[in-house]
Design a protein around this ligand. Structure first.
Ligand code: ADP
Ligand code: MG
Length: 322
């Protein structure tokens, strides 16, 4: 199968169609319109087989994750997704794989009302690069750099599940059958917190999506905002699957250092707390306060039930400390 047949059979016309796309797949460029008063947010992420997902991951999981991780970046900026482009490197034109991959990708474009507007198709090691673009009202991007001392620190959903799920997928960890699928789904089918991000734009000072673990991603906020933070580890939101599968010490490790959860980590001032509760209830997303920011630049203090907590003392060394 030739490149143009792959594009025609699997991608052209099958994506959700938007009115702001003048020219989509099929010409040398896509041509689109940005609404007046809005800015364009653009992000790109590559998933490489064997690096970002295990070999033999189902095609629908690869498609889902490739779209979700990009939309999650838009969510973290408070942007509303509009268009995606796909650069696909595949070892061969495996029709079953392409069918499964493109079906999921096209379903997701429908679900999130984004249009696939172009891309590139080459032969090579399995690798998926997606560029996602979305709209932001002028000057209202939710950034990493605007956190303030005194802000409360929140995270959506539960954390650590994807990291434990990766160990389940790689068979380095066994868990009870009732938790297995949930953890694998958290790894393979992350949910970009788009609605939450859109709403947080009006009330949060800073935001990032958790792709590399809370410690590592929080450090990005701290360095960009010249703040420090105290994390209260007993408040970390852990799933039932996590709590019932590993010790508290291990759960803290997965939550703090495991990546791929794609939850939003954000900070906001005391006076916005009640608004946040109402807003997130509307989005059907939970958020948990896990700590507070202070003015001691880039110092991260971990506490468990009020006592200082040293991650490296805990004897659970599977992950590098961020
Ligand atoms: P060119 O050679 O001009 O770069 P291509 O032959 O690579 O164009 O692609 C033809 C059209 O198909 C373009 O509109 C391009 O954006 C689109 N396209 C190519 N590969 C993909 C893909 N994997 N997914 C979506 N669109 C694609
Ligand atoms: Mg080309």
């Amino acid at each position: 199968m030739k490149e143009f047949e792959i594009i025609g059979n699997f991608f052209q016309q099958r994506s959700y169609q938007r009115h702001d796309v003048t020219i989509g797949i099929g010409d040398d460029c896509a041509v689109t319109s940005v609404p007046i008063g809005q800015q364009l947010a653009t992000t790109t992420d590559t998933l490489l087989e064997g690096v970002h997902f295990p070999v033999d991951t189902p095609a629908r999981a690869v498609a889902h994750k490739a779209v979700a991780v990009n939309l999650s970046d838009l969510a973290a900026m408070g942007a509303e997704p509009a268009w995606i482009s796909l650069s696909l490197s595949i070892p061969s034109a495996n029709v079953d794989w392409l069918n499964e991959f493109s079906t999921t990708l096209n379903e997701l474009t429908e679900y999130y009302s984004v249009q696939l507007i172009g891309g590139d198709t080459v032969q090579g090691p399995l690798s998926i690069t997606i560029t996602a673009q979305g709209f932001l009202p002028d000057g209202q991007a939710l950034r990493r750099s605007q956190a303030k001392p005194g802000d409360w620190l929140f995270v959506t959903g539960t954390v650590g599940d994807a990291a434990l799920g990766l160990e389940v997928a790689q068979q380095t960890k066994t868990v009870a059958e009732e938790h297995r699928q949930y953890l694998l789904d958290r790894l393979n089918f992350p949910t970009p917190r788009i609605l939450a991000g859109n709403n947080l734009r009006r009330i949060a000072h800073s935001c990032i999506d958790v792709s590399d673990g809370i410690i590592s991603d929080l450090k990005h906020i701290l360095s960009a905002s010249h703040c420090g933070a105290t994390l209260n580890l007993e408040t970390l939101p852990l799933s039932q699957a996590m709590c019932q599968s590993v010790s508290e010490e291990q759960a803290i490790h997965y939550a703090l250092t495991g990546g791929d959860d794609y939850e939003l980590l954000f900070s906001l001032p005391e006076e916005q707390k009640s608004k946040m509760d109402a807003m997130l209830a509307n989005c059907n997303v939970s958020a948990t306060c896990i700590g507070q920011l202070n003015g001691v630049a880039e110092k991260l203090e971990l506490r468990l039930n009020g006592e200082p907590y040293d991650l490296s003392d805990s004897g659970f060394q599977h992950f590098e400390q961020g």
